[in-house]
Design a protein around this ligand. Sequence first.
Ligand code: ARG
Length: 455
Amino acid sequence: MGRFRDPQDPLFQALNSSIGFDYRLAPYDIEQSLAHARMLQRSGIIGAEDLRQIEQGLAAVREEIEQDRFVVADGDEDIHMAIERRLTEIIGPAGGRLHTARSRNDQVATDVAMLVRAHSLEARTLLHALMNTLVELAERHLDWPLPGYTHLQRAQPVYLSHHLLAWFWKFRRDSQRFNFCMTATDELPLGAGALAGVNFDTERMFVAEELGFRAIAENSLDAVSNRDFVLDYLSAAATCAGHLSQLGGEIVLWSTSEFGFCRVADAFASGSSLMPQKKNPDAAELLRAKAPRIVGRLAGLHGVLHGLPLTYNKDLQEDKEPLFDAIDTLELCLRVARDMLAGIEFDRERMAAAASDESIAATDLADLLVRQGVPFREAHGIVGGVVRGAEERGKALSELTADELRELAPALPPDGFRATLEQSSWLESKVSEGGTALARVKDQLTAARDVLSEA
Ligand code: ARG
């Protein structure tokens, strides 16, 4: 081509070419080109006949791509050149007019912004389905007690519905983060040209409206160098994958014989090639393991962008593979998480048995003393002594005799003591807003359903 005398070295081509992975920008590239061509015609930069041919030609290229008939040629460095090359083969010289007042620099930024927006929307849709499943599960397991944990030690009992809804709110925040990603892709880069603007008074807002952007990027230098929206997507995806990882980790733990709180459906488990008795929760394990991969993509892109001078640098081509991989990984994980949860079975008895460990009523006993006027700190010490005393006698708290109780904690009223050791009372006493008492969980469910219906 014009400037060059010698052909490119094949090794350089292998390094430089992005067609192997930016192929998936094709639908956005074509949509963008159609809007750009319409704008060129409106602005009197190309004629009506040129536009007609370009529209026809792009439709033909789109069909080839959709039907997997599109053939990449040797010299096609990236998807933008491949589409233009094919367009020109089909319609002739008019194809060469499409790139007027446009550079691949503003073109690629626009394609990637469109793709990020589409997949932020997809992430929200998938999160919505997952949140919906969590609400359904919470409704089905409204009053099933299980121990709540801190430090993975039994802490205080909670209802399974309350526990499941905790995940709901985490995913709700993820959804809000993807909302923000959509805002971050709201300004159209196209029209910035290579970096400085173009030599035509183009109607950028027309293109913005055609492509669903709310506004145009105000500064051409910023527009071609901006990849913040890719970082935003990767960051939202990393946090979301982190939540899926924690959820997966918990299901792995709960599926062990030691816990026995749940069983994942056969459809999401595998056997061992050696041990016939095994049923492994692989899906949950892989949810657990995928998060660092997405975090790695985020860290990698931060590395690529670090220290880059304005404006476009070829380094920016390295935004795509991490982004595409994160999208594919996250969307698959969200689908799996939803379907796996939908088929999970909880073991009411195992959970209730674990939650009936009386020592987890210790805080409630301390609060019983508080109601008698004992300062909480002091009550904490007294009940600690009762727990230790019971342990030393090899007894459960409720097995302590009235005499033993009097000896260990004279301030504890025996009737109140026994009533407090009723399991349901530990749960139903958590009446504060956002707590596990059934009435509060029901409020929470209403709030969760409202979130789902507003989205
Ligand atoms: N394939 C390139 C990318 O992904 C497109 C932009 C190329 N621009 C350039 N000036 N060589 O970044």
